[in-house]
Design a protein around this ligand. Sequence first.
Ligand SMILES: Cc1ncc(C[n+]2csc(CCOP(=O)(O)OP(=O)(O)O)c2C)c(N)n1
Ligand SMILES: [Mg+2]
Length: 403
Amino acid sequence: MLRSAALSAARRVSAQPRTTAVLGKGAVFQAARTMASAASSDTVTFEFGDKTFEGYNIDVPSSSITLTKADAISLYREMQMVRRLEMAADSSYKHKLIRGFCHLCTGQEAVPVGIEGAITKEDAIITAYRCHGFTYMRGAAPVGILAELMGRKDGVSKGKGGSMHMYAPNFYGGNGIVGAQVPLGAGIAFAQKYNNEKTCTLALYGDGAANQGQVFEAYNMAKLWDLPVIFVCENNKYGMGTAAGRAAANTDYYTRGQYIPGIRVNGMDVLAVRQAVAYAREYATSGNGPLVLEMKTYRYGGHSMSDPGTTYRTREEIQHMRSTSDPITGYKHRLVDSGVASEDELKSIDKEAKKLIDEALATAKATPEPAASELWDDVYVKGSEVPYLRGRVAEETHYYNVD
Ligand SMILES: Cc1ncc(C[n+]2csc(CCOP(=O)(O)OP(=O)(O)O)c2C)c(N)n1
Ligand SMILES: [Mg+2]
């Protein structure tokens, strides 16, 4: 309901005067009226500061973005939904409703939300294990994500995938093997090109994964064949407990495609992410081949739920990032200062997001676990099964195609 209303509102077009807001360091705003002829009261234009984009062998995207006010508000709403979803996952984990691996994206919300605002549902996304926000933005309902985390039957992967293995239409997961999703993403882009589709694939990976050999093999093939793939490095400054500078000889991830152009983006600014991805999409789908985007971002929590996240970085660093760079708070100020929404309107969006997630959590908790007999389903496509699969012990071996 919430999402479809926002989407239909975002499609509205009109021809009234528009508002211009300047986004600079420290969220400096100037609201001004511009010429009525070229503008619409339903749209708002934001200017980016000098440091928002840095290019490597390519011009940076335009320093201003115009979007409908409904669209601008929907970006806020979606970031708030992703944050609430992760907060629900965090508390459910602490209450032992979720077991095993669980990696949260709190602090990094602008990346999945900004990306989705710039692509179409026909474009593809593949990422690593920090995937809840992407799963939601690709169209999965919060209840499906929370039920999946709890191993329930109504989960997006029928309760058998968990935190790292979630999927949605044109969302290829949720992958637990660091870096392995990058060549898979190039492969999806190969299929898009082969089928003459005017679509692209976003292959996301972390600053830690960026040092893997397979990433460079994927770069090579992607450039050689000019595949429509956008390599997106989410640089959140750490790979587990290792600071980027201790693992990488070159931490300018946007330059590491060598023969592939790149852009560094302020990944804490949802509008910057959206602008850069729209630009990259146009580039990749026009036959120019791949591009590397480095999203500079930050995770507030530990690497996963089992990492307090405070042994390899200081509490002051986390606090500093929260108070100066939070993607939701920063964007909230922009919306208010530019007159797109009032504090009260945004507060009611916050409340609604909390309510929707609370309801989803309650529904997810009430759903049953899958039947044990379903454990062996969905491992192979029906008809292509191997004769048997081993369980933990010999008695658990499952034989397919036995009546
Ligand atoms: C091939 C492989 N090696 C090691 C691991 C263990 N591991 C999981 S996440 C991770 C760090 C990755 O960091 P980064 O790419 O920066 O992503 P982030 O967690 O920061 O999003 C490691 C080493 C793994 N899952 N797969
Ligand atoms: Mg990282």
